[in-house]
Design a protein around this ligand. Structure first.
Ligand SMILES: Nc1nc2[nH]cc(C(=O)O)c2c(=O)[nH]1
Ligand code: SF4
Ligand SMILES: [Mg+2]
Length: 238
């Protein structure tokens, strides 16, 4: 973020959807949450389940930061999931949205689903300087492994920027990929909740549990995409 005053036009974001449901994944699984899904992504993961959030699909609508905040506040959920696509692709606009949401008293916690291929430096700087952002904002950072086809895009320098309140998510397709995750953890991991999530309909959750229990990571968490069990796995807006 630089010091320029943003014009109204520059505060418009391309959007996919805003809806409320229960969080399906991670530490906040099961809690009522408002989802803000921004349009566009800088990656094209092979197993992506939100391909409708980037080209050739178009944004569903455009909204100013004020309009997004108004809709989110009306839903009154204390937890917010900022997702996409890649919600941090919009640089200063992503940061301005995060700050505006964090400054709302009704909002207690904002978790940001980021793909690991965006430099978190400016967003962590905002967390260091703004009290509301520091108290409320948590990153859930993906680590893309080989089967995603996007491992080369990972910004490994993000690891030391993460705090203990953040989450680090590995999507695992098979045992070889779990070993790859272990290598990444041994090379880069400093702090944050480790999450292991099975590729939907590819790896049985029970097999992943065995891998976790056989690993040295006794504080790691199995993270199932519970929304895919509650609703049809392809249903949007849940
Ligand atoms: N219920 C629910 N939980 C989720 N957690 C992460 C999601 C995402 O699409 O990023 C998601 C989602 O789409 N729905
Ligand atoms: S980063 Fe997320 S939204 Fe983007 S292609 Fe990969 S899985 Fe899909
Ligand atoms: Mg999803």
């Amino acid at each position: 973020m630089d010091g320029r005053i943003m014009t109204k036009q520059s505060r418009v974001l391309p959007m996919v959807e805003i809806f409320q449901t229960v969080e399906g994944e991670g530490l906040k699984a099961g809690f009522p949450t408002t989802f803000v899904r921004l349009y566009n992504c800088n990656l094209r993961c092979k197993w992506c389940d939100t391909t409708y959030s980037y080209a050739p699909h178009q944004p569903e609508f455009y909204a100013t930061i004020e309009e997004i905040v108004e809709q989110v506040v009306q839903l009154e959920n204390p937890s917010i999931c900022l997702t996409g696509g890649e919600p941090l692709m919009h640089g200063d606009k992503s940061a301005a949205l995060i700050q505006a949401l964090a400054e709302q008293p009704v909002i207690e916690e904002i978790h940001i689903e980021t793909n690991g291929a965006i430099d978190l430096t400016p967003f962590c700087a905002l967390r260091a300087t703004n009290t509301d952002v520091r108290e409320k904002v948590r990153f859930i950072m993906d680590v893309k492994l080989r089967s995603s086809g996007e491992k080369e895009a990972m910004v490994w320098e993000n690891f030391p920027l993460l705090s203990g309140q953040d989450e680090i998510k590995f999507v695992i397709g098979d045992e070889r990929e779990f070993k790859e995750a272990v290598e990444v953890i041994e090379s880069y991991y400093e702090q944050g909740q480790l999450l292991f999530s099975p590729v939907w309909e590819q790896l049985a959750p029970a097999a992943l549990v065995e891998m976790i229990l056989a690993s040295p990571y006794k504080r790691a968490k199995l993270s199932l995409q519970t929304h895919k069990y509650i609703w049809h796995p392809e249903q949007k807006g849940v």
